[in-house]
Design a protein around this ligand. Structure first.
Ligand code: AMP
Ligand code: MG
Length: 374
């Protein structure tokens, strides 16, 4: 899949979103003229290459690319003459992160460390380990980077879904004690003190990827861009017309509807929800975000959690964590981390809540309650 020019990608993304269950948010609000064109009226790829070669690509020329990586469908959009090169680099970055981090790739760094129970983490993996351990501490274990043995039991690693037996789950829970991960961030040396422990950065990797891509955009001289890595959105700068991006958060209960629209000029807007990846058995939905306290899919009253934050890695880690915590603990966490992030909570009862820092940048047609500081 190459980089396409002036793709009416917003419309196409929508079609794709209805097919890909893990896609949760969608960027809206680009000028109608850039989304409503028919393919016939778009310039050919050749014209783009000629324009690039002659240096006539305008700052508001739009380029899109898409790929399937990290188990999810990703789209990236950037504007201006530096966009094609930046998007190419962004793609390479995603693929190299996947090759390092994926538990589904036999020779990834993470897989090798998981099989031998120890190893030396390279800089990127070590920095994710460090962030994950900090999150594990600050969320009192709701975020657990050692969750892989439980993910395996439920079949989320290979698609052979099944409900584990109590004994199996009890044994796997013994492997979730992150204090048994001996890790030295300076050398990257890691050792699991209990055999069978294994790490999984699935709750944080896509947000980390989007943070890295923001650096690529900055280094490449791009002023305006947006990525959607399987529902994890991060914007760079404003839209070319200077207006903020508008990111629609999908209503998990009604396909095609939005919970709200959030304006963004550089923030990550990252959503976690059980509806993104799941299987159904006996009329019950079993999803991929595990409550480490019992090894079952988290069922603490939230349907989705959206985090808004400058730092994609933290936004991703927190969306997973706060989904596990449930409404009351999530609100307590937000209050005790003043100014660090904003969030939107959607409860199983259909209640929509947003933190007060989003006032002015959030619109919703639903009844919405703001969470105030205590
Ligand atoms: P996300 O979509 O960002 O909420 O991440 C979900 C992914 O994170 C799952 O597919 C697992 O790979 C991993 N995961 C599941 N439960 C947890 C947990 N409690 N803490 C950290 N990572 C988790
Ligand atoms: Mg996450």
């Amino acid at each position: 899949m190459g980089i396409s020019h002036k793709h009416h990608v917003i419309n196409r993304m929508f079609v794709v979103m209805t097919l890909v269950v893990c896609m949760t948010v969608q960027a809206v609000g680009c000028d109608h003229s850039s989304t409503g064109q028919s393919a016939e009226t778009e310039p050919s790829g050749q014209t783009v290459i000629e324009n690039l070669a002659s240096g006539t690509v305008a700052d508001d020329e739009r380029f899109d690319t898409e790929l399937f990586a990290m188990d999810t469908f990703m789209t990236m959009t950037a504007f201006g003459p530096h966009a094609p090169e930046a998007l190419e680099k962004a793609k390479e970055e995603i693929l190299s992160l996947e090759a390092l981090l994926s538990t589904g790739i036999d020779d990834s760094e993470v897989t090798k460390i998981n099989s031998s129970g120890e190893g030396i983490m390279t800089e990127t993996v070590a920095s994710l380990m460090e962030t994950s351990i900090r999150l594990w501490e600050s969320t009192e274990g709701a975020f657990n980077p050692a969750i892989l043995p439980v993910m395996k039991l439920w079949g989320f690693t290979d698609g052979n879904f099944r409900i584990p037996e109590e004994g199996e789950l009890a044994a796997a829970l013994e492997l979730l004690d992150v204090s048994l991960v001996e890790f030295d961030k300076e050398s990257g040396k890691v050792h699991f003190a209990k055999q069978g422990m294994a790490i999984d950065f699935g709750g944080i990797a896509k947000g980390y990827a989007s943070s890295r891509i923001m650096e690529i955009f900055a280094d490449s001289g791009v002023n305006s861009a947006m990525v959607n890595l399987g529902g994890n959105v991060q914007t760079f700068g404003t839209k070319p017309d200077g207006k903020k991006w508008k990111i629609a958060v999908q209503d998990p209960k009604k396909e095609g509807n939005y919970l709200c629209v959030i304006e963004s000029d550089g923030q990550a807007i990252i959503t976690s929800g059980g509806y993104e990846r799941y299987f159904e058995e006996g009329g019950v939905i079993y999803h991929h975000i595990i409550d480490p306290s019992d090894g079952y899919p988290a069922d603490n009253g939230l349907t989705s959690v959206t985090i808004v934050n400058d730092d994609g890695t933290m936004a991703d880690g927190l969306s997973t964590s706060l989904f596990v915590m449930g409404k009351d603990k999530a609100i307590d966490y937000w209050r005790s981390h003043e100014g660090e992030f904003e969030m939107v909570l959607y409860t199983d009862e259909g209640e929509l809540l947003a933190t007060e820092g989003l006032k002015g940048s959030l619109t919703s047609e639903k009844t919405l309650h703001y969470i105030e500081r205590a």
